[in-house]
Ligand binder design. Structure first.
Ligand code: TMP
Length: 207
């Protein structure tokens, strides 16, 4: 499936700089005269933000299945309330994380069966795939080091290094399986360099 034109996701481990890149790309596209919105998962809606708080609270000891279903609950609301209406209006949507994060975190890192994630995906977000995904690839130790500097400590940031290494492996595996959609960008460089590469790829793909 080729994915939805004008729907872009950015993915990567903690500390890979996705949020900065989402802002830079959206800012660039708007400066070029496009309508573009930035959004985030989990979150993106009022309900999503409440679910996000549940998911990230380090005091919650959460069952992996509860975790998976909460990500999809947030996504169901996000797609119907924000993403799909924007796409219908031909607005470009740039999201900080989408389904690939679930495959990498809940699937590869937590060990939830990938076929269960795929089945949920077909129910909750049928035919809602980005046409372009940037994987901001970074060494897990470097990502955690950056996060510690920023003093971030949510439920996932407190996971062991091994967990984050599995997340990275998961993302790289997705990129290997879908090289047309998922472009791997070296996120160890400066934000400006990473942004320039992302913009170049978007322009090449959409020329
Ligand atoms: P953020 O820190 O990039 O805003 O993302 C919040 C956390 O949620 C991050 O640790 C990754 C995690 N996450 C999942 O585990 N599964 C998902 O499907 C998504 C969207 C995020």
């Amino acid at each position: 499936m080729p994915g939805i034109k004008g729907f872009i996701s950015l993915e990567g481990i903690e500390g890979s700089g996705k949020s900065t890149q989402v802002k830079l790309l959206a800012g660039h596209l708007r400066a070029k005269g496009h309508n573009a919105i930035e959004t985030v998962e989990p979150g993106g809606t009022n309900i999503g933000l409440k679910i996000r708080a549940l998911l990230l609270d380090p005091r919650n000891h959460m069952d992996p299945l509860t975790e998976l279903l909460l990500y999809y609950a947030s996504r169901a609301q996000h797609v119907r309330e924000v993403i799909y209406p924007a796409i219908l209006k031909k607005t470009i949507v740039i999201t900080d994380r989408f389904t690939d994060s679930t495959v990498a975190y809940q699937g590869y890192a937590r060990g939830v069966d990938l076929s269960l994630i795929r089945a949920l995906d077909e129910i909750v977000v049928p035919d809602m795939k980005p046409s372009l995904t940037f994987l901001l690839d970074l060494d897990a130790e470097e990502g955690l080091r950056r996060n510690r500097q920023a003093r971030k400590e949510d439920r996932f940031e407190l996971e062991a290094l091994e967990f984050h290494k599995r997340v990275r492996t998961g993302f790289l595996q997705i990129a290997k399986e879908e090289p047309e959609r998922v472009r791997v960008v070296d996120a160890s460089r400066s934000a400006e360099e990473v942004s320039a590469e992302i913009i170049k790829i978007v322009e090449e793909v959409w020329h």
